[in-house]
Design a protein around this ligand. Structure first.
Ligand SMILES: Cc1cc2nc3c(=O)[nH]c(=O)nc-3n(C[C@H](O)[C@H](O)[C@H](O)COP(=O)(O)OP(=O)(O)OC[C@H]3O[C@@H](n4cnc5c(N)ncnc54)[C@H](O)[C@@H]3O)c2cc1C
Length: 621
């Protein structure tokens, strides 16, 4: 695909949020269709996230058995979703009997905090109601799950760093923190229940994880609990409004964001307690430290790394993304009260040196969010995603904070910085709802089933160039290099590179989804999958396939001075003016040759036409 030397007219961008009315009104795919077994020719996967069964890379990563938890691997669980199965199992299990005994809170990698956790609050309350009962917090490190779900070493390292902080917080409260590594992952339900038995525990409580494998794991815990004399309980915590609560009038899940968001606001206004905080756990009686069964759980050694997930740039990550809930709170305060319009390119997320201004005022980062969030070199976005993904802070806490600085009213919409930011936070909820309602998206499948047969390119050369940030399109390359270096990418960059991979290079969106998960510190299955399927036009409420970002005009809009590009692409630092956005076209041949920078690997017009053709005539080249 040689790039043409001749200058082609650049296709103007269209507003990426404008919906194609036809697509927006497409009814959700018929339930019948969803319960059919996967078509034979699909190269798809059976558990969370894309896997090495798709083309391209991944051979360096050992494989694990991916359908380990799936009770019927040939069927998509769309009619009776895994979340519904868990809710049914919990219902059958019944209310917690009045019992004595200790209580375990099972913390997972999405709720790593002691503040404002629904499950931890409930566990602590049970202990308070009893005499001589102690609270124990359990954390199981599961390397096989990390492999199956393409967790990045940075995400695992962030988890380990956070565990250390949680341990010292719990220690102050005399709460033992049992951290252990366990394999195989399918034996985790049994292990957790055996530990309960060993520790004299009558109640096991956790917050729900909404990915398919995790839901099925918890179904097993609930089903086996009685035989260990344990009562198991799993609560909604991760999302502000629990998945399944925002439904159409006829009780169906929404697949389009705007009406979903209106209803989400409605649910919140009718049930304001959903946003309120949970109580922090109360301290255990000191006697726990001499309890023969529990004393050994204090001071568990938190491993420095997990085999296969060693983080090579740990010290840089520590600087950029300090772990722990206190750091998360600082990141949030800094966003709400910090001065906006400043460069953020290498600054730590906590940005301690930032001048403070009046919270949510026009000069603040939050107040300027409407414009600042699209300027890639600016501190316009919060950088809270690693903290929200690991649950070091709750989404409720984010919304409460903005509500409190906007006269106690939760603003949503596009009219102010806080309103826009709250709406973005609700996007996180939306993708959680999508995941729970259509678990096929968690099994490597497209939401829009008719796009499963789009013909993708499986070409390692262009995939490598995209991964390395060497496509010859500066905004794509700068974004990819930011992702590689920081384990994080600006939202605009994510959309640009995702659309470039799927539309310009016609690579399967699952390749990109996997690359992000394996490299980013904020990898979150629902948001990542939602973002990729949106960009590839295969998801709920997708970018219609005929709206293809032009990387040059995106670059001019979102990095007008080229500061972001010059920062991430040192080889282009000497390029002046607007040539920075497209040096191959805008510099003379001689000037371009002097740069150590590649020619565009694909020509925009050719790529656009190919993508339109392939999406229009699904199944044809
Ligand atoms: C292809 C693609 C992949 C993505 N992968 C991830 C991912 O793995 N993890 C992740 O947290 N986000 C992901 N996003 C969403 C979004 O890009 C990031 O949440 C955002 O860039 C994080 O920066 P921030 O915290 O400064 O965001 P802010 O703009 O400050 O937003 C605040 C919070 O709102 C939520 N949020 C904002 N935008 C979105 C969105 N579009 N979808 C869902 N939640 C949103 C996030 O929790 C974010 O931290 C992805 C988006 C795309 C297009």
């Amino acid at each position: 695909m040689p790039a043409k030397q001749k200058r082609e007219p650049e296709t103007p961008d269209e507003d990426e949020k404008v919906l194609d009315p036809k697509l927006a009104s497409t009814p959700d795919v018929d339930d019948e269709e969803m319960s059919q077994p996967a078509k034979k020719k699909k190269k798809t996967t059976t558990t969370s996230s894309a896997t090495s069964s798709i083309g391209g890379k991944g051979k360096d990563w050992p494989d694990v058995k991916r359908n380990a938890f799936n009770p019927s691997p040939t069927k998509l669980p769309e009619k009776n979703t895994p979340l519904q199965q868990l809710r049914d199992a919990l219902k059958k299990h019944g209310e917690a009997p009045k019992a004595e005994g200790n209580v375990v809170f099972w913390m997972r990698m999405r709720d790593m905090r002691i503040e404002d956790s629904r499950g931890l609050e409930r566990a602590s309350q049970l202990v308070q109601e009893r005499k001589g009962s102690h609270l124990i917090v359990l954390y199981i490190i599961s390397p096989q799950d990390y492999l199956a779900h393409d967790r990045s070493p940075r995400r695992i390292d962030f988890m380990l760093r956070s565990l250390e902080q949680i341990q010292s917080q719990l220690d102050e409260l005399n709460i033992p923190f049992a951290v252990l590594t366990h394999e195989p992952r399918t034996a985790i339900p049994k292990k957790a229940l055996e530990l309960c038995k060993e520790w004299g525990v009558s109640n096991l409580i956790g917050n729900i994880e909404y990915e398919v494998d995790e839901l099925w794991r918890d179904v097993q815990v609930v089903e086996q609990a009685k035989s260990y004399d344990v009562h198991a309980e799993f609560l909604d915590d991760t999302y502000v409004v629990p998945p399944g609560r925002v439904l159409t009038k006829d009780g169906r899940p929404y697949s389009v964001f705007s009406p979903w968001n209106r209803n989400w606001v409605d649910v919140l206004s009718k049930t304001p307690q959903l946003i309120e905080s949970s109580e922090e756990p109360k301290a255990n009686d000191k006697s726990v430290r001499s309890d023969s069964k529990l004393k050994g759980l204090f001071g568990t050694k938190i491993p420095e790394s997990v085999k296969g997930f060693e983080c090579k740039d740990r010290s840089y990550m520590e600087k950029l993304w300090p772990a722990g809930s206190k750091a998360a709170q600082k990141v949030l305060d800094n966003f709400v009260r910090g001065k906006g319009g400043l460069p953020i390119l290498d600054a730590p997320a906590t940005g301690e040196d930032l001048d403070k201004v009046q919270a949510a005022s026009k000069e603040s980062r939050l107040g300027r969010y409407g414009t600042g969030r699209n300027l890639m070199s600016e501190n316009g976005a919060s950088r809270l995603s690693p903290y929200l993904s690991a649950g070091l802070i709750s989404a409720r806490q984010c919304l409460r904070t903005t509500r409190d600085v906007t006269k106690g009213k939760l603003q949503v919409g596009r009219d102010s910085g806080p309103a826009m930011w709250n709406t973005e936070v609700s996007f996180r909820d939306f993708y959680g709802h999508v995941l729970a309602a259509w678990p096929r998206v968690c099994m490597g499948r497209a939401y829009v089933t008719r796009y499963e047969d789009v013909v993708w390119e499986y070409d390692n050369e262009t995939l490598d160039k995209w991964q390395q940030g060497k496509t010859g399109y500066p905004i794509v390359d700068a974004s990819m290099r930011q992702g590689a270096k920081q384990g994080y990418m600006h939202n605009r960059g994510r959309m640009v590179v995702a659309m470039f991979l799927t539309k310009h290079l016609m690579h399967d969106w699952r390749e990109g989804e996997r690359w992000f998960m394996r490299n980013f510190i904020d990898g979150d299955f629902a948001s990542n999958n939602g973002g990729w399927q949106w960009s590839a036009s295969t998801g709920t409420d997708p970018q219609p396939y005929f709206r293809i970002f032009n990387p040059i005009s995106q670059s001019e809009k979102c990095d007008p001075q080229g500061e972001y590009i010059r920062h991430w692409l040192p080889e282009l630092r000497g390029v002046k003016g607007n040539a920075i956005h497209h040096p191959f076209e805008r510099l003379s041949k001689e000037e371009f040759k002097k740069l150590d920078y590649p020619e565009p690997i694909v020509e925009h017009k050719f790529a656009r036409e190919r993508a339109l053709r392939r999406f229009k005539n699904v199944g044809e080249k």
